[in-house]
Design a binder for this molecule. Structure first.
Ligand SMILES: *Cc1c(COP(=O)(O)O)cnc(C)c1O
Length: 400
């Protein structure tokens, strides 16, 4: 208990945390201070795609830690070069820049888009079109790009040069574009915004629109990349490639990392001195990244993710037929949202008591993002638990 008191005493109150202290993780399980076990359908919010303490990640970190932890980007380091090569070989991109988080990757992508447009067309084409309900991070430009007003309140003046349009509407983009527009920034599937999937044609329509109007297309794959949706990158489902892509969350198997990937002609705008990061691509984190990319790109893991994703979806659909207050189930691979007709916070709390971690976004959407290594038995246990809660306890849970 005193740890929880200390937490309140010493830490900023930026998070509404659940009253448990987690001390150990292994695969799809984590344990708290009292030794209580939890089945983890949050996975650090899509960070622990390989499960907790994956042996290949632990081994890569351990070995690297005995040799070299950090050097400045004034010098080359082997793991950073190797990780960049792996990412280039498995994506549309020619070049990679490493940083430390999703927000930082998006900040860099925004700077890169501005710089590229400045170089190509002059300084007037700085505006970026982003989507409503999007999430791009909490730093100032990423926050401005984010399409959720509740997160922006009290932080004005925000960055100039951003406009927002409804997700999934090419007409809205056509109407929003001006001679100031330089780029379109979207998540191929919106994560924090409620697990919102695009229509089959949306991303290819956006790509075509960008090509016709000399705009850059930036995909934020911070949450949906690295195997989460059953492909290495979510945009692969739609047969569309961006000009710039940002990654973070699962990229280094649980260590803090971010990355900007781009085609050569775009990356070239970041000339020496234009952008930098002290820790970006540091040997320790990059070594973990190499192990993570290798493990995620094993064809069997992505196949497992797709298989478990459709099994999971099918089980949730069965549940939906039983319980009328489940409005919609949506997602891809192992990024799944279940929208209720009422707030979901109490359900999260009951699940926690019963030893299962899930989370709730946009008030009414339960989000499931387990490790990609999840097995049928784990999914079945969650479904049984939800069924029981929905059948017996939901009467007490208020309608929103
Ligand atoms: C989590 C997230 C971010 C922000 O990442 P941080 O590492 O928390 O800065 C940005 N974009 C998307 C889509 C995310 O899910």
């Amino acid at each position: 208990m005193s740890l929880l008191t200390d937490s309140e005493t010493y830490l900023f109150s930026t998070y509404n945390r659940y009253p448990i202290v987690l001390v150990k993780g292994d695969g799809t399980r984590v344990w708290d201070l009292d030794g209580k076990e939890y089945l983890d359908f949050v996975a650090g919010i899509a960070v622990c795609n390989l499960g907790h303490c994956h042996p290949a990640i632990v081994e890569a970190i351990t070995t690297q830690a005995q040799n070299l932890l950090h050097v400045s980007n004034l010098y080359h380091n082997k793991p950073q070069i190797e990780l960049a090569r792996l990412l280039v070989e498995s994506s549309f991109a020619d070049k990679v820049f490493f940083c430390n988080s999703g927000a930082e990757a998006n900040e860099g992508a925004i700077k890169l888009a501005r710089k590229y447009m400045w170089d190509a067309f002059g300084k007037e084409r700085y505006e970026i079109i982003a989507a409503e309900h999007s999430f791009h991070g909490r730093t100032l430009a990423a926050l401005t790009a984010t399409g959720q007003d509740k997160m922006k309140k009290g932080f004005s003046p925000l960055m100039p040069g951003f406009v927002h349009v409804p997700f999934n509407s090419i007409e809205a983009i056509e109407q929003a574009v001006t001679d100031k527009t330089g780029a379109i920034l979207i998540e191929p599937i919106q994560g924090e915004g409620g697990v919102n999937c695009p229509s089959d044609r949306y991303l290819s329509d956006v790509r075509r629109f960008c090509d016709e109007n000399h705009l850059l297309l930036i995909f934020d794959e911070v949450q949906v990349g690295m195997g989460r949706t059953g492909m290495l990158f979510a945009h692969e489902h739609y047969g569309v490639v961006p000009d710039i892509m940002t990654l973070a969350k699962a990229l280094a198997g649980g260590l803090p990392i971010g990355a900007i990937l781009a085609r050569e002609g775009v990356a070239r705008s970041f000339t020496p001195g234009t952008h930098a990061s002290t820790f970006g691509g540091n040997p320790l984190v990059a070594a973990a990244g190499i192990a993570a990319v290798r493990a995620i790109t094993e064809p069997t893991l992505l196949e497992h993710c797709r298989f478990m994703g459709s099994y999971f979806m099918e089980q949730l659909r069965n549940l939906q037929r039983k319980h009328r207050f489940i409005k919609e189930i949506r997602g891809k691979g192992l990024l799944i949202g279940m929208e209720l007709d009422r707030p979901g916070a109490d359900i999260v709390t009951v699940c926690l008591e019963k030893g299962i971690l899930i989370n709730c976004i946009q008030e009414k959407v339960l989000r499931f993002v387990p490790p990609l290594t999840i097995e049928k038995g784990d999914i079945a246990r969650l479904i049984e638990t939800l069924d029981e809660i929905f059948s017996t306890r939901l009467q007490g849970i208020s309608r929103g």
